[in-house]
Design a protein around this ligand. Structure first.
Ligand SMILES: [Zn+2]
Length: 270
């Protein structure tokens, strides 16, 4: 995949949700891993970065501290560096996605969440343009597993929207389903690199259909319950809106309060 193809693949898969043209970044292809490590060392020293154990960055630290599978990286100024010996066909799309991610997303999400979602989106975009993603299996597999569970709660459309437009609605949607404070707990586990704990937190994951059913099928449905369903509907992406509608539809008819029935029908477009 060359730069133009990668950019087109992202535009085609996510241009609509991004709401603005996908940018290609400034790509530099280097000859081998040693050259990539040298650049990481150079930038890390320039940026005043520290090693995981707190030492000021020195030449040689990239090789020492960074996962040997690293195939490229993107910087905040939209420059992208790729090792041409890499064998993962999603790498260029992956780095280009970083360049197009919302600044709010980048600021709020720990690296593990960012990388897991970035690779998931890269695989989607590569496949949607008819290319094979074979060779990407060892790129962030654990991170992808954990964010996959997160997407099981909020829906992949809502995750994609958060990636390009900021995570506030996704966080609110997650907590609407899982309870107050749960998103911060999940993020804290991911930030600490404790992916097993993050997965455990999601073991009893719920979803919109379950939540909407709970809210609308009690013996007494309050106006607050109705408003919560409408709030959730407003937070989520189109695919997830469909889940909310499908769950609400059969329950709305059985509501005895005519005002609540009308409110839901209008708000959820039933
Ligand atoms: Zn990445």
């Amino acid at each position: 995949m060359n730069a133009a193809t990668a950019q087109q693949a992202i535009q085609k898969a996510f241009g609509k949700v991004a709401g603005q043209p996908i940018t290609g970044g400034k790509i530099t292809v280097v000859d081998n891993k040693a050259a990539l490590y040298a650049l990481i060392d150079q930038f890390s020293m320039q940026d005043g970065d520290k090693s995981p154990d707190g030492k000021p960055w020195e030449a040689g630290f990239a090789e020492k501290y960074i996962d040997g599978r690293v195939l490229g990286f993107a910087r905040k100024d939209s420059s992208i560096y790729i090792d041409k010996t890499g064998t993962d066909p999603t790498i260029l799309v992956h780095e280009m996605l970083h360049v197009n991610a919302s600044k709010d997303w980048q600021a709020a999400m720990p690296t593990s969440v960012d990388e897991g979602v970035t690779e998931d989106l890269a695989i989607q975009a590569v496949k949607a343009s008819g290319f094979s993603a074979s060779g990407s299996e060892s790129t962030y597999p654990k991170e992808r597993e954990a964010v996959g569970l997160m997407a099981g709660v909020v829906g992949s459309g809502t995750v994609t929207n958060a990636y390009f437009n900021g995570p506030t609605a996704m966080q609110a949607a997650y907590e609407a389903v899982m309870g107050a404070g749960t998103f911060a707990a999940f993020i804290a586990a991911m930030r600490a690199g404790n992916l097993e704990k993050a997965k455990k937190l999601l073991r009893k994951a719920s979803n919109y259909a379950q939540k909407v059913t709970d809210l609308l099928s009690g013996w007494w449905v309050s106006d607050a319950d109705v408003e919560e369903v409408i709030r959730i509907y407003g937070l989520v992406a189109d695919d997830e809106k469909r889940q909310v509608r499908n769950a609400a539809q059969p329950l709305v008819t059985s509501l005895s309060n005519m005002g609540q029935r009308a409110r839901l029908r209008i708000a959820l477009n039933l």
